[in-house]
Write a protein that binds this ligand. Structure first.
Ligand code: J2J
Length: 538
């Protein structure tokens, strides 16, 4: 049994194999190889805890055996929600070892997001953390088990009165029988990645071993990782960026060390960088800005070699300040959990690094930039970026309707990003077509929030638009048509009660008589954005 996904066409499969992108190896090989080379090298530093590759492997094996003895099998799915702790990777590899396909939810996700993922994948296993308010008591787990009868095993990191605890690392070796640990085949789905979303329901991206392994190998190469690399994971660990670009998996692949940061604040991260000699870190633009501010009156971060910035637009002025203030190189990264990742290269000239979001990492990444009719734009002109390639997915998990919209006839994924290609073949992201809010790198579909606002009895109509913000890049503004007297406070309270993640709560509310519509009768978001911009924020 395996989790179904939309396959690549045969001719491309052949090409990707012939070219060595797809090696027919499951992601678990990444660990196995390190065990042969340097088992005692440090894989993870998490607070005061350190785990060698041998320990990470043994831990994930013991977890895998535990799951397997509880009846979990290849093709089952798991819903996992953990903060930035070593357990995240131990569980990830454990599930890979038995072919159980996880969705790794963000720790900032709440009841609504977890339930929506659970509805889609019907998990047999739930792993969560007692530190999350949802799991402080057993009420949510009980409700989930009623809604999802397939959910058989629940393990919580930390002590609770209602569930089994996730097994901590212990110096135990297991006698592993080969049949007990059988992962999925390299061409099959390893895990489901989270999509930023542009329509109501959150969507899931099947990532196969073959495609993901290539993506992280090539990323590690481009970023110059070695076994000496010390990578700071300051973004939420499940994000595609800190997982694979090159992220923790790229670091593991090279035998380096992942230093986990509980949050991206400069106070926490600078200390970790200095203590552990971190040489590479990945952040989103608002964090880079906070780091710049803090670095101005601090001793230099002498070990830091490379700061990767991506996930949202990095302004040129800020970009220029990074090497000067932090004393490291900058790398811009424009990627997407759906696949395509663009990097500025370490040896690119300054202009390219400061003013572009890089270029695709693979020569077989096919990129089209098209006008609204789907025709290629002229050179240097702005259009929507469409792409296909050896690590770009072919369809969201069980979303036929969405997939019909999200791909063109040639199987190119419509990214929804408006870009321009420079003469040198570098990409500049200039805007977005998709109806999404990108709040400092955290994305969500405007429609998701609009639907939630409409559940309030006093709301007749609602539209969410992005507003520019100096630090976050974008914040969100809910434009609502109210039936009676209703305050932002009450609306926020209503949204919180629905269990939506905090980062999706509108930063601002505007109350309007009615929402402007386009000639086609759709809500005119451009007009709304202008209108919001013309009113003073209050
Ligand atoms: C402007 N917009 C950007 C950038 C992403 C590496 C790095 C980032 C992601 C990621 C990722 C941008 N400038 N530098 O998965 O592996 C916006 C675009 C894009 C969307 C994807 C990776 N970098 N974006 O951010 O799936 O709109 O992936 O389509 O979270 O973020 O978001 P996500």
């Amino acid at each position: 049994m395996s989790v179904d996904f939309t396959p690549w066409p045969e001719d491309l499969v052949r090409r990707y194999r012939e070219k060595g992108y797809w090696r027919g190896e499951p992601l678990t090989v990444l660990l196995t190889k390190r065990l042969e080379i340097a088992p005692d090298a440090t894989a993870i530093i998490c607070g005061e805890r350190r785990f060698s590759y041998a320990e990470l492997d043994a831990w994930s094996t013991s977890l895998a055996i535990g799951f397997s003895r509880q009846g979990l099998r290849a093709g089952d799915t798991a819903l996992v929600q953990l903060p930035n702790v070593a357990e995240f990777y131990a569980v990830f590899f454990a599930l890979l070892k038995i072919g159980v396909v996880p969705v790794n939810a963000l720790f900032s996700h709440n009841r609504l997001e977890l339930s929506a993922y659970a509805e889609q994948i019907r998990p047999a296993l739930l792993i969560a953390c007692a530190r999350h308010p949802l799991f402080a008591n057993g009420a949510y787990v009980e409700a989930l088990q009623i809604a999802i009868p397939a959910l058989r095993v629940v393990q919580i990191l930390g002590e609770t009165s209602y569930a089994e605890s996730l097994a901590p690392f212990a110096e135990r070796r297991y006698d592993v029988s080969a049949s007990e640990l059988r992962g999925s085949a390299p061409g099959e789905v390893a895990f489901l990645q989270l999509s930023g979303g542009s329509t109501g329901a959150p969507k899931l991206i099947p990532r196969t071993h073959d495609d993901y392994y290539y993506s992280l190998r090539r990323s590690a190469e481009i970023c110059g990782l070695t076994e000496k690399s010390r990578y700071l994971c300051a973004l939420p660990a499940p994000h595609n960026f800190p997982l694979s670009s090159p992220g923790a998996l790229g670091v593991f692949h090279m035998g380096g060390t992942v230093v986990l940061a509980p949050d991206p604040s400069p106070s926490v991260c600078f200390d970790l960088i200095r203590r552990h000699g971190v040489d590479i870190a990945a952040v989103a633009p608002p964090i880079a800005m906070l780091w710049l501010e803090a670095a101005a009156d601090e001793a230099p971060l002498s070990s830091l070699r490379l700061l990767q910035v991506g996930g949202a637009r990095l302004g040129e002025t800020v970009a220029r300040r990074i090497p000067a203030t932090l004393g490291c190189r900058l790398q811009q990264v424009f990627g997407m959990a759906e696949g395509l990742v663009n990097y500025t290269r370490l040896d690119d000239d300054e202009e390219t690094i400061f003013t572009t979001q890089g270029r695709p990492m693979c020569e077989d990444d096919e990129v089209k930039i098209v006008d609204p009719q789907g025709a290629p734009v002229g050179s240097g002109e702005i259009g929507e970026l469409l792409t296909r390639g050896p690590y770009t997915f072919r369809g969201y998990h069980r979303a036929a309707e969405e997939n019909a919209r999200a791909f063109d006839a040639e199987g190119f994924y419509r990214s929804g990003d408006l870009v321009r290609m420079t003469e040198t073949g570098h990409i500049q992201v200039v805007g977005r077509k998709k109806d999404q809010i990108n709040r400092g790198g955290e994305k969500f579909a405007a429609e998701e929030l609009e639907n939630l606002l409409l559940t309030h009895a006093q709301i007749a109509d609602a539209a969410l638009v992005a507003t520019p913000d100096a630090l976050m890049g974008e914040k969100s503004c809910a434009c609502v048509v109210a039936r009676g007297d209703v305050r932002p406070l009450a609306l926020r309270k209503h949204l919180r009660a629905l269990g939506v993640a905090e980062f999706k709560l509108p930063d601002r509310f505007e109350f309007l008589e009615r929402l402007p519509v386009t000639a086609a009768g759709k809500i005119d978001k451009r007009a709304l954005r202008d209108l919001v911009a013309s009113r003073p924020a209050h």
